[in-house]
Design a protein around this ligand. Structure first.
Ligand code: 6PG
Length: 482
C-alpha cells in the first residue's frame, strides 16, 4: 500500500538489516513516507511481504528507481555497516543526486571518517549528516536517541522527522543538532564508551556478589531489580536484572552461567580510549572497561595461568571471612553509583575537550538531555548531569557540581570498602579501582609527579619547574655525585 506517490517520498532508507528496517517502520508510523532500497533484492521483497506489509513503505530495486522516488531535497538515510560500505553506497548514489540533497549516515561510523565524507560530499554540493543512533533494535523501532551532526541547513530539513521518530523523555524529544562535521558520531562514540564503562562496573558488582557472598544469579538479579527502583534506575541495571534471572531452557540453569566469559567488541569503546589519549583527557574507567574485554578474550591463557599463579582461594591462601551480606549489598549500590559518576564525569570532560579542540561548541547539558531516553545509557543519573551543565556550562568536572560533590563524598567510603573486599577475594575490579583512583588523583593537591620530573631530568635533561621559584631548571645530577 502506497499513498504517497513515487517521486514524492519523504525519505529514503538504504540498508535493510534490522536497524534499517526498524527505522523505516518508525518513520512510516510517524507519518513520513519512506522508500527503501537494499543491495540484495530478496531482502527488500521479504521486508515488503512481511514486516512492511500494510504500511506506506515503498520498495525500490535499483538505485535509480530509489533516488527517483524521493522528493527534493532528497533525504537519504544510510543504514549500512560502518566502514567501506558507507563509501561504496555514497559512490553509488552520487551520480543520481543533486545539490542540496542530504545524506545521513546512521551507522556507528568513526567520526574522522564522517569528517572526511562531509568534505567529499560537500564538494559535490550535497549535505552530509553523521548521526549517532542509540537504543538498539527496540529503540530504532519505538524511539531511539538521535545524535545528528552536520550543516545546520540540513538539520533544519530533517528536524521535523527526527523529532517525530526520536524517543520522548520528561525533558522532551531525545534529539538535538549536536554540531558540525563529525560531532554527531563523536558524541555517539562517547555514549558507547560510557556504555562500556557502565557494563564493566555492573559486571564487577555482580562478580563481587557472586564470589564473595556466594549468591546465585537469580538472587543477584533481584538485587539489581531493587536497585532499579532507586538512584541507579537505568536501562542497563533493568536489563541486568532480567538477564541474571533468565533460565536457559536447555539446561534449566541460569543462562548467564552457561554464557562464555569472553566479551566481544566492535570498536567504539576502543576509539573512545584512543581519542582520549590523543586529546590528553583521561577516561580511566572506560579504558579499564575496554582492557577488561580484551583480557577476557584470552581464555586459554587465563586457564593456563590459573594453574600456576596463586591468589585468594589457592592452596594455603584461604579466602577472607564472608562479609556481612546486607552491608556489602548496600555498599555495592553506593559504590556502583559513585563509580558511574566518575565514568560519566570522564566522558563529559572528554566531550568538553573535543568541543574546544575541534571547534564544535557542544552543549553538554543538551547532550545529557538527549541521553535521558531511548539510548542504552539512559539513566536517572542523567537528570542531575543535565542540570549540572545547565547551571554551569563551563563546569570543569562533573564531580565538582554541588550535587555530585555530595554524592562522591558520601559514597566513596563504600567504593573503597567494595574494592577492599574484591581485592581480598582476588576478584578483578579494574573499573572500580580506576574510579576511586580518579577521585583520589583529582582531589590531590600533591601528586608524586615531582619524582617523575626528577627522573626525566636525571636521564634526559628534560628540565623541571620548582615550587619555590619561577623558571625552568636542570640539574647536573651525576656531577653532583648522586
Ligand atoms: C547503542 C549501542 C549500539 C551497539 C554497540 C555495541 O547505542 O544502541 O551502543 O550502537 O549495540 O555499539 O557495541 P560493542 O559490540 O562494541 O559492544
Amino acid at each position: 500500500m502506497s499513498t504517497v506517490q513515487s517521486g514524492e517520498r519523504h525519505v529514503g532508507v538504504v540498508g535493510l538489516a534490522v536497524m534499517g528496517e526498524n527505522l523505516a517502520l518508525n518513520i512510516e508510523r510517524n507519518g513520513f513516507a519512506p522508500a527503501v532500497y537494499n543491495r540484495t533484492a530478496a531482502r527488500t521483497e521479504e521486508f515488503l511481504a512481511k514486516r512492511a506489509m500494510g504500511t506506506d513503505i515503498l520498495g525500490t530495486f535499483t538505485i535509480e528507481e530509489f533516488v527517483g522516488a524521493l522528493e527534493r531535497p532528497r533525504r537519504i538515510l544510510l543504514m549500512v555497516k560502518a566502514g567501506p560500505p558507507v563509501d561504496a553506497v555514497i559512490a553509488e548514489l552520487a551520480p543520481y543526486l543533486e545539490p542540496g540533497d542530504i545524506l545521513i549516515d546512521g551507522g556507528n561510523s568513526l567520526f574522522t571518517d564522517t569528517e572526511r565524507r562531509s568534505h567529499e560530499v560537500a564538494d559535490k554540493g550535497f549535505h552530509f549528516i553523521g548521526m549517532g543512533v542509540s537504543g538498539g533494535e527496540e529503540g530504532a523501532l519505538w524511539g531511539p536517541s538521535l545524535m545528528p551532526g552536520g550543516p545546520n541547513e540540513a538539520w533544519v530539513e530533517l528536524e521535523p522527522m527526527l523529532t517525530a521518530i526520536a524517543a520522548k523523555s520528561a525533558s522532551g524529544p531525545c534529539v538535538t543538532h549536536i554540531g558540525p562535521g563529525g560531532s554527531g558520531h563523536y558524541v555517539k562514540m562517547i555514549h558507547n564508551g560510557i556504555e562500556y564503562g557502565d557494563m564493566q562496573l555492573i559486571a564487577e558488582t555482580y562478580d563481587v556478589m557472586r564470589r564473595s557472598l556466594g549468591m546465585t544469579a537469580a538472587e543477584i538479579g533481584e538485587v539489581f531489580d531493587r536497585w532499579n527502583e532507586g538512584k541507579l534506575e537505568s536501562f542497563l541495571v533493568e536489563i541486568t536484572g532480567k538477564v541474571l534471572k533468565y533460565v536457559d531452557p536447555l539446561t534449566e540453569e541460569p543462562l548467564v552461567n552457561v554464557i562464555a566469559d569472553q566479551a566481544a567488541q566492535k570498536g567504539t569503546g576502543r576509539w573512545t580510549s584512543q581519542n582520549s589519549y590523543e586529546l590528553g583527557t583521561p577516561i580511566p574507567v572506560i579504558d579499564a572497561a575496554v582492557i577488561a574485554r580484551s583480557l577476557s578474550s584470552f581464555k586459554s591463557r587465563r586457564l593456563e595461568a590459573s594453574k600456576v599463579i596463586k591468589g585468594p582461594g589457592s592452596e594455603g591462601m584461604p579466602f577472607p571471612p564472608t562479609p556481612d551480606k546486607q552491608q556489602l549489598i548496600d555498599a555495592l549500590e553506593n559504590a556502583l553509583y559513585v563509580a558511574k559518576i566518575t565514568s560519566y564525569a570522564q566522558g563529559m570532560a572528554l566531550l568538553a575537550t573535543a568541543s574546544e579542540t575541534y571547534n564544535w561548541d557542544l552543549d553538554l547539558s543538551e547532550i545529557a538531555r538527549i541521553w535521558t531516553g531511548g539510548c542504552i545509557i539512559r539513566a536517572e543519573l542523567l537528570n542531575p548531569i543535565m542540570q549540572a551543565f545547565k547551571t554551569n556550562p563551563q563546569l570543569a568536572n562533573l564531580m565538582l557540581a554541588p550535587y555530585f560533590v555530595e554524592q562522591v563524598n558520601s559514597g566513596s567510603p563504600q567504593l573503597r570498602e567494595v574494592i577492599h573486599t574484591a581485592i581480598g577475594f582476588g576478584i578483578p575490579s579494574s573499573a572500580m579501582n580506576a574510579a576511586i583512583s580518579y577521585i583520589d588523583t583529582y582531589r590531590q593537591p600533591l601528586l608524586p609527579a615531582n619524582l617523575i620530573q626528577g627522573l626525566r631530568d636525571y636521564f634526559g635533561a628534560h628540565t623541571y619547574e620548582r615550587t619555590d621559584r619561577e623558571g625552568i631548571f636542570h640539574t647536573e645530577w651525576m656531577q653532583v655525585g648522586v
